[in-house]
Design a protein. Sequence first.
Length: 300
Amino acid sequence: MGCKGPRPGVAVTIAEAINTGEAQLAPTGVEDPRLNAELLLSHVLGRKPLELRLAREVGIPLQSLGRYRALLDSRATRRPLQYVTGLQEFMGLTFEVTPEALVPRLDTEVLVEALLARARQLPDAPIIADIGTGTAVIALTLAHSLPHARLYATDCSPAALALARRNADTLGLAARVSFACGDLLAPLHHWRLEGQVHVLAANLPYIPSGEIDQLAPEVSVHEPRLALDGGPDGLRLIRRLLQGAPAFLRPGGAVGLEIGHDQAEAVCAVLSGADWRDVEVLKDLDGNDRVVMARRPTQQ
């Protein structure tokens, strides 16, 4: 059952609405149902969760309560919270999120921070390519933080690319980032970027095909399989990317990859076999391997 409507003549308070929302979400298996209820009500009322906790006895307008009930019903299906609200914060920026692309994860900040550190050591106008951009959180966060950089972003999904362009427009970065639809590195030929890229970034699908259905429903049911499926061992697209990347990187140019927590050894083996240099594995906040950085040799 959904969140109950107001009792006749009695306002539903913020505290009551959160309690009822928690009770609705708890049986569905949603992780931390109370926090989810708070975040949904915060979204509806346009107030921060802390503000709600300080205004527990304040009544909720009927129109807002109806919208809150609808969002709770959607979340109760295990639809990701970010798809329910349509928004996600990432490194201080707000992105539109839809089922056309993966929900941005906190782990990806590790990759972005590493890319920023590398790019800040480069010339005043570095060229950066983001392959498999999805919502474009990587490309747009880099563009926002590196005002002199030139960004190129690709995706094989036209719908995801449309979402990425909307985010660029909303953030006022459309003039700084070029988008193109195509398979992995193929669009870089269109831009004539052979041997021109300083930094190449990629958060490609890396979940082994046989493991996707074992994931939480938020992922296995609701997120696009195209953006999850990395083939039998999760590395199908990463191998293809690394094979083609040297043709576009400048001598000494860097590649940064987000990977699964148990894939570092295999990815490093691919890199060492292709004579990449300065291979480095970075961990996420949980202490898991999450990012691999490497550099193209200065001479081939």
